[in-house]
Design a protein around this ligand. Structure first.
Ligand SMILES: Nc1ncnc2c1ncn2[C@@H]1O[C@H](COP(=O)(O)OP(=O)(O)OP(=O)(O)O)[C@@H](O)[C@H]1O
Ligand SMILES: [Mg+2]
Length: 550
């Protein structure tokens, strides 16, 4: 149920592991409820910095010793209601901290911080420990170094440790909840998927795209002008081409003109042509695009950038079907279907007086609105596969695919640049992943890889005073948590596993409740005497709040 394999990639968990290792020289074992350890695999090199744990894991039968141990402690904790405790370690005279991972109140796994030594350890105890480790077949010199490196930890510091270990288990719970929510969402979205997954070269089977497809079907045979609107990179040009190639005009030309790429005079002669001598450099007659596209289609991209004069000329083509080349005295008849596109709000431009109202209604007979990628996320996996397959075929390399975690990141990202941005990212990944058939999340552009990470704790320092590091971590978690829960302290306190009063004291201590002050001031100004959290200080006694010692 919990995706244990993924946990080692979680930033906060890695950071907490780092802190526990650098401050207490202890290792973290993460197991499921049956005691199976997931973050140190049998026969694989372990990345723990704790030498004793490393040696034990490498020794013959060492992994079994640890796993038997976690199995046994999990068995014991399955039946008691403690969520965290200090327990004896798997080797004599060592200690461990055991914290439960619970989802919906069900005991699903454990975080065990091992090893450390009790403060009251005697040298005889230490010798006994060394002996026991040597008996596992580990080199005596290594054992000496490993055991001497262990920390003896007294009451005060054990509390810090417990707090950190508990944070690890809470992060696992949060991570699992996030995944579940996302999976629910993907499932819900998948239910809405239509049957058609492409229209010409357009890919997408989301409901919004199905709507676009059926609109395109309807206008197939018509000759009316179509305005295509949508954000950058949503596929407006693809749609324009699809409209043309599905119309009776498909065997004639489709010409694409980007109106913002020309100044007024150039666009004029480009679209409508000119006669010899119309201006310096006009050495002979030149046909404009409207004539070249006769019986075909012309696609005017970025129509919102057309100057007022050009707007008038375009209006004439649309109303009378005639054009007037620059310098010409007689107009000519043309038969062209006009498609336009814009990512501007033309309606607003009409209101502001920068776009002609009559032209607006003339070009906006039919409006195809292309939904932004973030509004049809269910198309993302399909698009990813499409671009990767296409890229691999073009390069003549074997088919690749995104690792699950990379796909999740891609799914979560906001894609302000829409399909074009996604396409560029996939092309980039194909280059970066070289021979590897599986594209890992690390290769994603930082903005995509780190998207949403601000809700997690970043950059915990691992040098300096432990107390400061913990306070920094605590402050960041509370600050981000307050934002996330919209200042719902009861909920946040629950999430953080501390009492509400405890949380409030910390909020005060770190001066985090600026909003409360602002709200109180606003409420007072509005004549409301009771700010939302008036009674905060009079509830609970803060008893279960871990007080910092040391
Ligand atoms: N639904 C889609 N399926 C496959 N490829 C798509 C899709 N939508 C867009 N693309 C690709 O994304 C890129 C951008 O598309 P296009 O140029 O049509 O967008 P646009 O809306 O005209 O962008 P802009 O506003 O920047 O002009 C193109 O390479 C296009 O092939
Ligand atoms: Mg375009």
């Amino acid at each position: 149920m919990i995706n244990w394999e993924e946990l080692k990639h979680i930033h906060v968990i890695r950071k907490l592991d780092e802190i526990l290792s650098s401050w207490f020289n202890t290792a973290i074992l993460i197991s499921d409820g049956h005691g199976t350890i997931y973050n140190h695999k049998k026969g694989q090199k372990s990345d723990t910095k704790n030498l004793l744990c490393q040696l034990v894991l490498q020794s013959p039968g060492g992994h079994e010793i640890l796993e038997n141990y976690t199995t046994q402690v999990c068995g014991k904790f399955a039946t008691n209601d403690k969520s965290i405790d200090i327990v004896d370690g798997p080797l004599p005279n060592t200690k461990a901290i055991f914290a439960k991972v619970k989802i919906d109140n069900e005991f699903l796994g454990a975080v065990v911080a091992w090893p450390f030594l009790p403060a009251e350890l005697t040298s005889a105890d230490k010798t006994a420990l060394k002996k026991a480790v040597v008996a596992l077949g580990i080199n005596a010199n290594d054992v000496e170094k490993a055991v001497e490196g262990l920390k003896a930890i007294g009451d005060g510091n054990v509390r810090y440790m417990q707090e950190l270990v508990q944070l690890v288990s809470q992060e696992i719970e949060t991570f699992h909840q996030e995944i579940t929510t996302r999976e629910d969402r993907i499932n819900a979205l998948n239910k809405e998927l239509g049957t058609r997954y492409r229209y010409d070269s357009m890919i997408g089977k989301s409901k919004p795209m199905q709507d676009v497809y059926s609109l395109l079907d309807k206008i197939k045979t018509s000759d009316s002008t179509v305005m295509i609107s949508g954000e950058n990179g949503t596929g407006k040009e693809l749609i324009a081409k699809a409209i043309h190639f599905n119309s009776p005009r498909k065997d004639k030309a489709v010409l694409i003109v980007n109106c913002s790429a020309f100044n007024e005079n150039l666009l004029d002669s480009e679209l409508f042509g000119h006669v010899k001598g119309a201006f310096t450099g006009a050495v002979k007659d030149k046909k404009g695009l409207f004539e070249a596209a006769d019986k075909g289609t012309i696609f005017l991209d970025e129509i919102g950038d057309m100057s007022p004069t050009m707007q008038v000329k375009l209006l004439r083509v649309l109303q009378e079907g005639t054009i007037l080349p620059v310098g010409a005295t007689e107009s000519r008849k043309v038969d062209v279907r006009v498609l336009t596109a814009t990512n501007k709000d033309l309606k607003q431009m009409v209101e502001d007086g920068t776009f002609r109202e009559d032209l607006y209604y003339r070009i906006n007979v039919i409006n195809v609105h292309v939904p932004a990628l973030r509004d049809r996320k269910e198309d993302i996996p399909l698009l990813v596969e499409h671009f990767i397959t296409k890229g691999c075929q073009e390069k003549g390399i074997p088919q690749k695919r995104l690792a699950k975690r990379a796909m999740e990141k891609v799914f979560d990202y906001g894609w302000p640049g829409n399909v074009r941005e996604l396409q560029n990212e996939m092309e980039r990944l194909l280059v970066l992943s070289s021979e590897d058939p599986m594209i890992a999340a690390d290769l994603l552009s930082p903005r995509i890889r780190d998207f949403g990470e601000h809700t997690k704790v970043q950059g915990v320092r691992v040098a300096g005073k432990l107390k400061d590091a913990l306070e920094e971590l605590e402050k960041t978690m509370i600050k981000e948590g307050l934002k996330r829960t919209n200042w719902n302290k009861s909920r946040l306190a629950k999430e953080l596993g501390i009492s509400r009063a405890g949380l409030i004291m910390k909020v005060e201590k770190y001066g985090l409740d600026k909003r409360r002050i602002a709200m109180a001031a606003a409420a007072a100004a509005a004549g409301d005497k009771t700010p939302a959290d008036e009674n905060d200080f009079y509830e609970d006694d803060g008893g279960d709040d871990l007080e910092k010692v040391g």
